[in-house]
Write a protein that binds this ligand. Structure first.
Ligand SMILES: *Cc1c(COP(=O)(O)O)cnc(C)c1O
Length: 391
């Protein structure tokens, strides 16, 4: 008999009932160190006092009005994002996949409005992940996500990761945009080298197409910059954001330049819940914490510390791990042993991590994790690795 929850997830037999900073408390009282942070969502850990205060204060006043009216917190959050980034304008969604939907629509509408309606194709990359909506699975194109769901939305071209010749050849008169994650998350924590992102920007400019970055996982301070593309010193035309931007409350966004977005006039897109007062109140509190150089400096310092510890871990367990990958606090342990075996050993040590493709175990701790918690995480990872080696 089908379970009452549609069984699309293989869940670990764990039930968390409370969170405190980088810790999750199981129903049986055990304390787990959370190096997954809800898949890079709880950027400030669990139950951050400023986020709790923002949400409860807004909950007392007003939950929902729809976008038929002005929403002050949404206006403030859009202004803050515009001020802090390349973007001129923002549309709020509830998730990353909804941000993908709009990014695709925006790119197509841009060329429609510019008198080039034949430019509808979006070039995307193998191993990418953009969400689970019909457009997002077509965009990523992996068999695992698309099998049985056809006919897929047409207009996506898939290229291998890092093949320059294939990329140059793939751009034609029907190309609208290139869509890419600056650091692939689900694909196995694969950072795009800065020179490649610069090269993509130049290529888009030369060929008159748009660059769409999916920073749903790597954005909001995760790599030690507010957005990952800042490391390369270039900016996209359109950017998808979600996960960390709401710190655990459902919130996503599409950020864009005026050039890319100007065809999206009244009536071309909408969302009942997108940019609702609760989500935006929390989003503002997240911005207050993350958008300052001191915080991002600390993220970079923590990332350096964590990386050093992980390099030592890998060196100490060469039969279990192959290498450390990633950027900032978006880290991956490429495993030699099956990553799910390592993950289960981590659960035994009361540590949460997240598997990814390419036999990688992702470590995506809260950005404000303490040094003591990082040391404890690496001690638990070490014990997990020992258990895997000796099994
Ligand atoms: C998680 C993720 C998405 C989808 O976000 P949802 O909120 O789950 O819809 C899209 N792109 C990337 C890179 C992601 O990591």
């Amino acid at each position: 008999m089908i379970p009452s929850i549609l069984p699309t997830y293989n869940r670990a037999p764990l039930t968390f009932v409370k969170g405190e900073g980088s810790w999750l408390i199981e129903a049986d009282g055990r304390r787990f160190l959370d190096m997954g942070a809800g898949i890079a969502v709880n950027a400030l850990g669990h139950a951050h006092p400023a986020l709790v205060a923002a949400l409860t204060a807004q909950a007392q006043d007003l939950w929902h009005t729809s976008n038929l009216y002005n929403i002050p917190a949404q206006q403030d959050l859009a202004d803050r994002l515009v001020e802090a980034t390349f973007a001129d304008t923002v549309f709020f969604t509830n998730s990353g996949t909804e941000a993908c939907e709009l990014a695709v629509k925006m790119a197509r509408r841009h060329f429609f409005d510019a008198g080039q309606p034949e430019r509808t194709d979006i070039i995307a990359f193998e191993g990418s992940f953009h969400g689970r909506s019909a457009a997002a699975i077509a965009a990523a194109g992996s068999e695992k996500m698309t099998t049985g769901f056809g006919p897929l939305l047409p207009g996506f071209v898939h290229l291998p990761w890092g093949n320059h010749d294939a990329l140059h050849a793939a751009i034609t008169d029907t190309t609208a945009a290139i869509l890419i994650e600056p650091v692939q998350g689900e694909g196995g924590i694969r950072p795009l080298p800065d020179v490649c992102l610069k090269g993509l920007r130049d290529l888009c400019d030369e060929r008159g197409i748009l660059l769409i970055l999916d920073e749903v996982q790597c954005g909001m301070g995760r790599t030690g910059r507010l957005f990952a593309h800042e490391w390369a010193g270039v900016a996209p035309d359109i950017m998808m954001v979600a996960k960390g931007i709401g710190g655990g409350f459902p919130l996503g966004a599409v950020l864009a330049t005026e050039h890319a977005a100007s065809a999206m006039v009244a009536g071309t897109h909408g969302s009942t819940y997108g940019g609702n007062p609760l989500a935006c109140a929390v989003g503002l509190a997240v911005m207050d914490e993350i958008v300052n150089e001191e915080f991002l400096d600390d993220v970079r310092a923590r990332a350096g510390n964590m990386r050093q510890r992980l390099e030592a871990l890998v060196a100490g367990h060469p039969d279990v791990f192959e290498e450390v990958r990633g950027s900032g606090l978006m880290l991956g342990l490429k495993c030699k042993a099956p990553n799910l075996d390592v993950l289960n050993a981590c659960y035994d040590q009361m540590l949460c991590a997240v598997p990814a493709a390419d036999n990688v175990l992702r470590l995506l701790p809260p950005l404000n994790i303490t040094e003591a918690d990082m040391a404890e995480a690496c001690a638990r990872l070490g014990r997990a690795a020992e258990a895997v080696s000796s099994s």
